[in-house]
Design a protein around this ligand. Structure first.
Ligand code: FAD
Length: 409
C-alpha cells in the first residue's frame, strides 16, 4: 500500500495496480498491536543498525509525518512505541486505503497471484480467483495482468489467516533468489512440563533469559504470561526470534525465569529466612503468598522438591536452610526446557526470507532480475515487538515505490 502510494505520487495512480488476494486491503494491519497498531518506534534506527542505509531513507519521523498528512496523528507510549491517537488500527488501514483511492490506484481484490512470468518487455502476472471469495464479480477463474515493473510485497508466512501464506518466496525462488529459511518469530515458546496446565492464565513480572547449550543468547524484562502449553508475552516473543533449528534441536534451548529480578539471590534468601521467622506458624503452602502469584507459588514449592505432605501439613519454621535455598533457586533461576515454538499461525512475524545480499542496497531491486523489487516481510528483515516490523514495511514500501517509479515517462 505504501509502495503504491509513493509510486503514484511520482507517476500517477492510474499507472499502478495492486493485486490483493483478500477481499479487503491491509487486513493484517487490523490485527496489529491488539487492534491498536503499534505503527513504529522511536528506536528503529538503533534496532535496525545493520540496515541503516534503508532506514535513513524513511525513518520513524518520516513515518509519523507521512501518516499525519494522510490523516492519522500519533501518540508515543513507553519504550518509544507509537500508536494512532485514535487507538484503532482501522484508522491506519482506512487512511492508507483512502489515500490509494484519492491517488486513483487500481486495486484488484480476490486475486491470488499464482506465478509471474518474464516476458520481453515486462512481466505477465497470472492470478487465480481466491477460493474463499464467494461473492466475486469475476467470472473467469484465471486472469493475467501485464506490468513493466513489479513490487512483491506478499508478506512472509506469519499469520496466514490474514493472507500471507508465503507465495512471495516461491515467486522469488523462481526468479533464482535464495530464501533464508523462514521460521515463525514473535510467538509463544512451548514446553512439555506438566505444571503449565496449572499455570494457564497466570501473569508475572520478571526477567527471562534464553540459553542455548547453557550459553546466554538474550535477556528480556517484562510480563511473563503462562499458558497451558508454555510461555507467552512480549518478552517471550522477543526471545522466540532466536530459536533456530538449522544446527540444533529444541532440547538445546532453555528459558531461565527470574521472578524477583530486583533482588539478588542472597537478598531473596535473607528475605525467606526473615519470613520463616515471622510467618513461622503458618503452613508451608502460604510461604510465598504476597511474593508471587498463588498458582505460581504452589508450582515453585513443588518444583523445589517439597512433597504434598510438607506443603500442606508442615509449618514454615520447620523448613531447613537447604530447602530455603532450593526455593530461592526456583524463584531466581527457574530453568524451563523448551519443546518448541508455536507455528506460523500464531506468529506475528517471519524471520528469514529473501536474502538481502541479492537486492540492491539502496533500492531493494533484485540484482538477478531487473525491474523486480521486494518490500516488507517477504525480505529477510525482522525486528522485535514494538513497531519495528511495520516500520520496515513502511520504509521498504517507500523505497521500492520510489525506486520502481523512477525513469518512467
Ligand atoms: C497478530 C499480529 C500483530 C502484529 N502487530 C504488530 C504491531 O503492532 N507492530 C508491528 O510493527 N508489527 C506487527 N505485526 C507484524 C506486521 O503486521 C507485519 O510485519 C507487516 O504487516 C508486514 O507487512 P507486509 O506488507 O510485508 O505483509 P502483510 O501485511 O502480510 O501483507 C501482505 C499482503 O499480500 C497479500 N498476498 C499474499 N500473497 C499473495 C498472493 N499470492 N497474491 C495476492 N496477494 C497476496 C496478503 O493477502 C496481504 O494482504 C503483527 C503481526 C500480526 C500477525
Amino acid at each position: 500500500m505504501v509502495a503504491a502510494i509513493f509510486a503514484a505520487k511520482n507517476i500517477g495512480g492510474y499507472n499502478i495496480r495492486i493485486i490483493e488476494k483478500n477481499d479487503k486491503i491491509g487486513r493484517k494491519l487490523l490485527a496489529t498491536g491488539n487492534g491498536r497498531c503499534n505503527m513504529t518506534n522511536r528506536f528503529c534506527h538503533e534496532t535496525f543498525k545493520n540496515i541503516s542505509k534503508f532506514m535513513d531513507q524513511f525513518n520513524f519521523q518520516e513515518t509519523i509525518n507521512f501518516f499525519k498528512k494522510i490523516g492519522v496523528i500519533t501518540r508515543e507510549e513507553s519504550d518509544g512505541r507509537i500508536y494512532p491517537y485514535s487507538e484503532q488500527a482501522v484508522s491506519v488501514q482506512q487512511a492508507l486505503k483512502s489515500e490509494l483511492e484519492s491517488l486513483n490506484v487500481e486495486i484488484i481484490y480476490n486475486a491470488y497471484v499464482k506465478k509471474v512470468e518474464t516476458i520481453s518487455n515486462g512481466f505477465n502476472i497470472v492470478t487465480e480467483i481466491n477460493d474463499k471469495c464467494k461473492n466475486s464479480k469475476r467470472k473467469d477463474n484465471i486472469e493475467s495482468f501485464f506490468s513493466e515493473k513489479i513490487i512483491i510485497a506478499t508478506g512472509g508466512k506469519a499469520g496466514p489467516q490474514y493472507g500471507s501464506t508465503g507465495e512471495g518466496f516461491n515467486i522469488a525462488r523462481n526468479f533464482g533468489h535464495t530464501i533464508i529459511k523462514p521460521i515463525p518469530s514473535l510467538t509463544q515458546i512451548t514446553s512439555s512440563q506438566l505444571f503449565f496446565k496449572e499455570l494457564k492464565g497466570v501473569r508475572a513480572k520478571g526477567s527471562v533469559s534464553l540459553l542455548k547449550n547453557l550459553e546466554l543468547l538474550d535477556m528480556e524484562i517484562g510480563e511473563i504470561q503462562f499458558t497451558d502449553s508454555g510461555l507467552s508475552g512480549i518478552c517471550i516473543f522477543n526471545l522466540s526470534r532466536l530459536i533456530r533449528l538449522e544446527d540444533s534441536s529444541y532440547n538445546d534451548y532453555i528459558v531461565k525465569i527470574d521472578l524477583m529480578p530486583e533482588f539478588t539471590q542472597q537478598q531473596v534468601f535473607d528475605l525467606l529466612v526473615e519470613r520463616a521467622v515471622y510467618l513461622g506458624d503458618r503452613k508451608v503452602k502460604e510461604f510465598l503468598n504476597g511474593l508471587i502469584n498463588e498458582k505460581l507459588a504452589c508450582v515453585i514449592l513443588k518444583e523445589s522438591g517439597l512433597d504434598e505432605n510438607i506443603i500442606n501439613c508442615y509449618e514454615i519454621y520447620q523448613l531447613n536452610k537447604k530447602q530455603l535455598k532450593k526455593i530461592v533457586t526456583y524463584l531466581k533461576n527457574w530453568n524451563i526446557p523448551v519443546s518448541g515454538t508455536k507455528g506460523f499461525k500464531e506468529a506475528q512475524v517471519t524471520s528469514g526470507g529473501i536474502d538481502l545480499q541479492q537486492l540492491d542496497k539502496y533500492t531493494l531491486e533484485s540484482k538477478l532480475i531487473k525491474d523486480v523489487y521486494f518490500a516488507g516481510e517477504v525480505v529477510n528483515v525482522d525486528g522485535k515487538c514494538g513497531g519495528y516490523n511495520l516500520q520496515w514495511a513502511w520504509t521498504s514500501g517507500y523505497i521500492t515505490g520510489n525506486g520502481a517509479s523512477k525513469n518512467i515517462e
